[in-house]
Write a protein of this length. Structure first.
Length: 680
């Protein structure tokens, strides 16, 4: 749909100038054009009577031929306008900057999550963090012409029964007059072959806009399952009323939390996840980009994403439904907010609208009310969580993703080895380190200020110099390419170390969500994939560490101050080895180990049998002394071979292969330096 657009602070259409309007295609967000306006006006020509569905960010008002139609607040749910006639519609959309130092950042009033305040958006969390806002109309408007009744929305929540399933349905309808009208429901398989089911209900419509609850009892149905355990059987539910249709996705599955485990369809699932902020400007997100992001998720061996502190474009959830990827969904509250009655009531008004707008998607397994709440933790946050529970009785609701669940050793404090203490357990939902994107992209974004770095500009693009140089100890080197290599190598090392530590502790740890997958703009962030979807080294580290069957090797000595393992002549390189399975069936694996570098040396192989979902340490150096004498003799022989290795740089490499199938399950390695004798 096309519209005329004018950035202007006017309060009423009659105060607008006649000049300066230009045609734009909706959806449209004006900061993408370099505008720092806080108010934008849109003028649409509508052909006649009907209903208009708009997604505006964040405050909107509308006039039809000069007659005031009302006001809307919120970005992620639609404003539905009833139009008694056609003509010229004036739409005022405001995304004002909140007053710095009084409202923003601690007492915000706009419920926009990462779109209003975050360290991965333009300006980060500093004083310039509200620049390049998200104001505009971020989805193409939908115009329904003619007389009512209009079916406007359909919500479907499946609930198991002893004989099958019960669908809890809510149909929103607008009608001009009292009317008894048949509603036809059709449930069709969307991604597999199967029979369509039908039901008819007679609605007693009342004048105005109302929600009509319905129940539909169904027999046992094929389950929607996470992709690694089965097939995500997906249905399309269509409701027809007076020749008009509205639809919703349906997937039959149960989800709960038990003893800190996510339980999907009655079976525990170890969550291997990442946080996701796919874009800072929803109008730019497409179905193709959503499919690409879900491909990146699955290729990284992940089974879940946390949509971080915002509601994303519907295309993301549609892709997750089809691909069988679970979603942890945050309500868009990020850090601190106002505590007065008006704001709390507004948050409580918007919370159930999240369920209404997104709740039909079977991929959504968990709602979370607030990300890292500060002074609101025990006042606002529990109330929002309770309101979400009331709106959706079929899913678990988490009050908050708290700071204590977001460990950042090796980045904000401490050392990456601190992950051995399992910070954030049992379900750490953020951890990671920043890494520079490729040098080509940095030069494209920064031009001549890419090297040597203009750190004031880089910091606006989210780069954290103190953490990079003082905590992580990343070295710049002599060129931008070397800086990129050092930065990405550190991120990859931290991710590998953290994920291995969490997975070896399976049981005490029930999953993890690395922070994060992709950069939502031209930033330098914790993402393992840059804004153009080019993977960093951290992506491949995350992929290898998230293999459903993981081989995990621990060196004989801890890394030195330079994060290098240094061994003396004759030292065994390996202290312990683990095999961790997230499969539901037994696994029998052949583990192959070798040393490569200045010389090559094959180590004894092992066969390991794991039970379903088992994590086991199958080798520990100290247990060699308990082995039979003949086996100890073989280890002694190996020790002599290790002493014969010349000093130099080496790698210990391990691979786990599935016995009888010839499929490589996992690969792990670490580098070490074999030092020369001390010469004493």
């Amino acid at each position: 749909m096309k519209a005329l657009f004018l950035p202007h602070p006017a309060q009423r259409p009659q105060d607008l100038p006649q000049e300066g309007w230009r045609e734009v295609e909706l959806p449209h967000q004006w900061s993408l054009e370099g505008l720092e306006a806080e108010v934008g006006w849109y003028r649409l020509e509508l052909p006649g009577k009907g209903v208009l569905k708009l997604y505006a960010d964040y405050l909107a008002e509308a006039w039809l031929e000069g007659a005031y139609l009302g006001r809307h607040e919120g970005y992620f749910f639609p404003w539905v306008l009833s139009l008694p006639e056609g003509g010229r519609l004036w739409l005022r959309v405001a995304a004002p900057k909140e007053a710095y130092g009084t409202q923003w950042p601690e007492f915000k009033r706009q419920i926009k999550g990462v779109f209003g305040h975050h360290d991965c958006r333009p300006g980060g969390s500093g004083p310039r963090g509200q620049e390049r806002g998200t104001g505009g109309v971020w989805q193409a408007p939908l115009f329904l012409a003619g007389e009512g009744p209009f079916p406007l929305h359909l919500l479907a929540l499946p609930h198991p029964t002893p004989t099958g399933w019960r669908l809890l349905l809510a149909v929103e309808v607008e009608s001009e007059r009292p009317l008894r009208a048949p509603l036809d429901l059709v449930l069709r398989p969307a991604n597999f072959q199967g029979e369509a089911l039908r039901k008819e209900a007679l609605l007693g419509l009342r004048p105005g806009r109302h929600v009509y609850p319905l129940l539909w009892d169904l027999p046992p149905m094929p389950l929607w399952e996470v992709y690694e355990r089965g097939f995500p059987h997906l249905y399309a539910l269509e409701a027809s009323l007076a020749g008009r249709r509205v639809a919703a996705p349906v997937g039959f599955r149960t989800v709960a939390f038990s003893e800190d485990w996510l339980v999907l369809n009655g079976r525990r699932l170890f969550l291997r996840g990442t946080n996701l902020i796919p874009t800072q400007w929803l109008s730019t997100y497409t179905r193709a980009r959503a499919e690409e992001d879900l491909r990146l998720v699955k290729e990284a061996n992940l089974n879940a994403v946390r949509v971080h502190a915002h509601l994303a474009h519907p295309a993301l959830y549609e892709a997750a439904d089809r691909e069988g990827v679970l979603v942890w969904q945050d309500f868009p509250l990020q850090w601190g907010y106002a505590e007065d009655e008006a704001f709390v009531l507004e948050a409580l008004r918007q919370a159930p609208l999240m369920v209404k707008e997104y709740g039909s998607h079977p991929s959504i397994a968990l709602w979370c009310a607030h990300n890292e709440p500060t002074h609101n933790r025990h006042t606002l946050t529990p109330l929002v969580a309770q309101r979400i529970r009331q709106a959706d009785p079929t899913r678990p609701v988490k009050e908050a993703s708290d700071f204590r669940e977001h460990p950042y050793p090796g980045w904000y404090y401490g050392h990456l080895r601190d992950f051995l203490a399992l910070p954030g357990a049992p379900l750490p939902s953020e951890f990671g380190a920043q890494a520079l994107p490729r040098a080509e992209l940095l030069r494209k974004v920064f031009g001549e200020k890419a090297w040597p770095p203009d750190f004031a500009l880089w910091s606006y693009h989210n780069f954290q110099p103190h953490e990079t140089f003082r905590v992580a100890g990343v070295r710049m080197g002599q060129s931008l390419e070397e800086f990129v290599e050092n930065s990405q190598a550190y991120q990859a090392r931290l991710i590998r170390f953290a994920v291995h530590a969490y997975r070896r502790a399976k049981g005490r740890v029930t999953g993890y969500f690395q922070f994060m997958l992709v950069e939502p703009w031209e930033g330098i962030t914790w993402a393992v994939v840059d804004v153009e979807r080019s993977p960093k080294r951290g992506y491949f580290a995350l992929k290898e560490a998230s293999a459903p069957v993981l081989l995990s090797l621990e060196p004989y000595r801890a890394p030195s101050g330079e994060d290098r393992v240094v061994l003396s002549p004759g030292d065994p390189p390996l202290m312990e080895a683990w095999l961790i399975s997230d499969r539901e069936e037994e696994v029998e694996a052949e583990v192959r180990l070798w040393i490569e570098g200045e010389a090559h040396l094959a180590l004894p192989g092992l066969r390991v049998r794991l039970g379903p979902g088992e994590a086991r340490r199958f080798f520990h150096l100290m247990e060699v002394w308990e082995s039979p004498l003949a086996q100890q003799a073989r280890w002694a022989q190996l020790g002599g071979m290790l002493k014969a290795l010349p000093p130099g740089e080496y790698r210990l490499v391990g691979e786990a292969w599935e016995s009888g199938r010839g499929e490589r399950l996992s690969r792990d390695e670490f580098a070490f330096r074999l030092a020369p004798p001390l010469g004493l």
